[in-house]
Design a binder for this molecule. Structure first.
Ligand code: BDR
Ligand code: CA
Length: 291
């Protein structure tokens, strides 16, 4: 079983991914860590890595409390005494080579964890990040995807430091959809089915207004699928840089490494990361829906 830490900014699609993960025998969830993002949360980091830029809130996508204004609470949990970064670092040192972190929000906690423990890079099995847009436009503006724009400095740092990083970007998540019919059909299928069905109404309304579709993109669940079914994606190795300034702040640009550059550039010394460039959406969407 994959030992999985989900770093999340719940979030409607985050909730879908978390519930799917708890219903997946391939993974053992050893921790949930939180990060600012879709709606305000208290634990994990509440600030970007640079400590300056105001964090952005996407309550218009996910509702005021992050669950489509349904104000439902499924479970009550107890918080851990460690910070998210320290928790990730400790888990990786206890289980070297076994822990996967699934990052579903801005990657501030991951960057902080690398800073807490310089050995972390070699100890984590993998970091799978929902973030970025390479072939397609962003979803906050033409340049930037929400999670990367949430903390571009942290994202760039992770791209610079990280080993075993895989990126699941809008290029593939915009192909994996749940329709409003799918969500209606979930209603009554247990507590969790009804919960997902209820909270996704607000989410689909956002996509209806923004993209003219009667469905929602299932970003975070798709990134979860990449954790245990990477074979359903096509991966390309490259070096990624994140713009941290200017009008295109948060934009992700990949060196596809298909030629030998005459002179070194800002990408040259970066580690290779794996970027998902295609997805078998006809397999991923039903699999996630079932879970
Ligand atoms: C990402 O941003 C958040 O709104 C979603 O939960 C997802 O993680 C999509 O850009
Ligand atoms: Ca998210």
């Amino acid at each position: 079983k994959i030992k999985l830490i989900i770093d999340t900014d719940p979030g409607i699609d985050d909730a879908m991914a978390i519930l799917a993960a708890f219903n997946s025998p391939e993974v053992e969830i050893i921790g949930l860590t939180t990060i600012f993002g879709n709606v305000p949360v208290a634990e994990g980091s509440c600030d970007q890595l640079n400590g300056l830029t105001k964090t952005r809130v996407a309550d218009f996508v996910h509702g005021a409390e992050g669950f489509g204004n349904t104000y439902q609470q499924l479970v009550e949990g107890k918080k851990h005494s460690l910070t998210a970064a320290q928790f990730i670092a400790n888990a990786a040192s206890e289980h070297p080579g076994e822990v996967v972190v699934l990052a579903l929000g801005p990657v501030t906690n991951i960057a902080l964890a690398y800073k807490v423990d310089p050995q972390l890079r070699t100890r984590l099995k993998e970091v799978v990040i929902l973030g970025g847009a390479f072939q397609s436009n962003g979803n906050v503006n033409p340049a930037a995807e929400a999670n990367i724009l949430g903390d571009p400095d942290a994202a760039d740092y992770v791209m610079e430091q990280g080993n075993n990083v895989r990126l699941v970007s809008l290029d593939v998540t915009h192909q994996v959809e749940f329709t409003s019919k799918d969500m209606d059909a979930l209603h009554g299928r247990g507590r969790f089915g009804s919960f997902i069905s209820d909270i996704s109404k607000f989410y689909i309304e956002y996509y209806r207004k923004s993209y003219g579709v009667d469905s929602c993109f299932v970003h975070d669940p798709t990134a979860f699928a990449a954790v245990f079914r990477p074979d359903l994606f096509t991966w390309q190795a490259g070096k990624v840089l994140v713009l941290t300034e200017g009008v295109a702040r948060g934009m992700t640009i990949m060196d596809h490494c298909v030629r030998n550059w005459a002179a070194p550039h800002a990408w040259s010394d970066r580690p290779l990361v794996q970027v998902a460039v295609a997805v078998q959406a006809d397999k991923v969407a039903p699999m996630l829906l079932e879970r």
